[in-house]
Design a protein around this ligand. Structure first.
Ligand code: FS2
Ligand code: SF4
Length: 549
């Protein structure tokens, strides 16, 4: 086992990542190794998808399959070896089918990539032996630590982009050109350069590709559910039967709301599903009762206390056996946990049945409202107001405090930071890191809320477009705006968002709580030199550096 893709990877002794029998997240060595094999077989499938394009064959099913199943290898998504092996076999079968179609046109059609020749073994022992050949540290003795780290930066970034591609596909958004770009990056990473400049350029290309994917995702979300608008959300329970839904998939939420309408069941959002309350097509459901719980790392306590079934539509799932709720949590799509019920198709009937059989909340608690829904359209319509307030010296600075949460103690930095932001400044939030401070009352400046939640990590595009629009209106560069990005990373979506920002020329981003373990001091130095990227320090020192006197 070798996995070093997330922030909670094992760093000591030796800082070599999760490499024993189980990762810090609970992923077994067996699952981890099979995920590496899946990545390799997918790279071979991508090589054939590119060959097929040379012969005018574009297979939308293959274009969808590669990012979708790569998504299954992200942190806290799929812990079920059986499902990962199924994906590997399906990838090989799709590859062989595509190769056969290519050879009908050109009998000599072939691809040179060794990964394209992997034939998955019949049993787990054989698969384990094959996986050993494709472990992600297989090059560690052949190349420098910097080259190894940059190869992983590219791969982990592309995994993040895969997740956004799949989120967009669920919303009926697919693009053959973006899929081609995706396959090209898969192949580039399958046979990567050992040149640091070329690898840095590849990472930035992946960031650019992801920007276009996120635009497609934004288009899909707003076309299907409307533009988010500021909306009050109750974060305390109301009496009655209850279902909790987590993850990023708004389409699953809508289907659940439709199927529970009139049943008396209240639906609560959890984690990255919170921003759903701002969408017109979702908030019209009266039984979308509120938001429950906080960020993913608190699941085992919060889910255990929830008096109804839980649906996990995407990341982040953690071991449900610890809180003893594995009999009432359901996985969807690429999410998996061994022994947990997996729902395919459109029907949530088993979840609804279980909710009706469970007690639900006995009492209604005093409501506590928070505001969400500062999506792209709302933010852009406020751009002129923001400019006027800056000119009138009523608004000094905007801080985007975005990214993931996690269990490390040092993550209290972000809540401390938000609370210490001066009264004449605004905090924008994105993704699940906000749960440490989003129930705090930040007040307003001239009617403008001081805490503006832009949404999920999926909505980073909205924040970027606000920055770009403000810069255009002011006739300056994004880096000249009174704006500082303070990012917390945990998993691969955050990595690709960082690559996207760097590829757009955004400088001086603060990141934490700790540098990725696959980027050594030399590489962090390169990122600091090229992009002004810096690691968080103390809140006081950082704030002083960010806010000109
Ligand atoms: Fe948080 Fe987890 Fe959004 Fe990440 S709920 S760390 O996957 O995707 O953000
Ligand atoms: Fe370790 Fe993170 Fe990989 Fe899990 S996903 S095995 S915690 S590096």
């Amino acid at each position: 086992m070798f996995c070093i893709q997330c922030e909670q990877t094992m760093r000591a002794p030796g800082g070599k990542g999760c490499s024993f029998t189980q990762g810090m997240c609970g992923k077994s060595a067996e699952t981890s190794d099979q995920q590496d094999l899946l990545v390799a077989v997918l790279q071979g499938l991508s090589a054939w998808a590119l060959k097929a394009r040379e012969l005018n064959i574009v297979d939308a099913a293959v274009d969808a399959f590669v990012p979708r199943t790569l998504f299954a290898t992200l942190t806290n998504v799929n812990f079920d070896t059986r499902r990962i092996v199924e994906y590997t076999r399906e990838a090989a079968s799709l590859r062989d089918g595509l190769a056969a179609r290519c050879r009908e046109i050109d009998r000599a059609a072939d691809v040179a990539l060794p990964q394209a020749g992997i034939q998955p073994a019949d049993d787990l022992a054989g698969l384990a032996a094959q996986a050993a050949d494709w472990a992600l540290d297989r090059d560690v003795f052949d190349v420098s630590e910097e080259v190894h780290g940059l190869r992983l930066l590219g791969l982990y970034g592309l995994k993040g982009a895969a997740a956004y591609m799949e989120h967009a596909r669920v919303l009926d958004r697919q693009d053959a050109g973006l899929a081609q770009g995706f396959h090209e990056k898969m192949v580039a990473l399958a046979d990567p350069s050992d040149d640091i400049e070329a690898l840095l350029a590849l990472s930035l290309d992946i960031g650019q590709l992801n920007f276009r994917i996120m635009a497609m995702l934004d288009d899909g979300e707003t076309a299907m559910f409307g533009h988010p608008a500021p909306t009050q959300v109750n974060v305390n329970p109301v009496a009655g039967k209850a279902i909790l839904i987590s993850g990023h998939d708004l389409k699953d939420l809508r289907a659940l709301l439709e199927q529970t309408e009139g049943t008396g069941i209240n639906v609560y959002t959890n984690g990255e599903m919170l921003p759903a309350h701002g969408y017109p097509e979702l908030k019209r459901f009266k039984h979308l009762a509120g938001n429950y719980g906080s960020a993913w790392q608190n699941q085992q306590r919060e889910f255990a206390a929830f008096p109804g079934p839980i649906v996990m539509t995407s990341n982040c799932i953690i071991d449900p056996n610890v809180g003893r709720y594995s009999d009432r949590i359901y996985t969807r799509s690429i999410v998996g946990w061994p022994g947990v019920k997996h729902l395919e198709g459109e029907s949530f009937a088993p979840v609804i049945e279980q909710a009706l059989a469970m007690p639900g909340f006995a009492e209604t608690a005093e409501p506590h409202q928070i505001t969400v829904g500062f999506g792209r359209q709302t933010l852009l319509s406020a751009a002129d107001t923001v400019i006027d307030m800056v000119a009138a010296k009523q608004l000094r600075h905007v801080f985007l405090v975005g990214g993931c949460d996690g269990s490390r103690q040092e993550r209290s930095y972000y809540a401390d930071f938000a609370r210490q932001v001066p009264q004449d400044c605004v905090v924008m939030t994105l993704a699940c890191g906000k749960y440490r401070f989003n129930k705090h009352d930040f007040g307003t400046i001239n009617g403008l809320p001081r805490l503006l939640d832009v949404g999920q990590c999926n909505d980073a595009y909205s924040a970027v477009m606000l920055a770009v629009t403000l810069a255009e209106k002011l006739g300056c560069g994004v880096n000249d705006l009174p704006l500082t990005l303070v990012l917390s990373w945990f998993e691969q979506k955050a990595i690709v968002i960082l690559l996207t920002l760097l590829s757009l020329g955004v400088r001086n981003i603060y990141t934490g709580p700790t540098a990725p373990a696959f980027l050594n001091d030399t590489l962090m130095g390169v990122l600091a030199e090229r992009f002004g990227m810096r690691e968080i320090g103390t809140v006081e020192e950082d704030m002083a550096a960010m806010l000109p006197a």
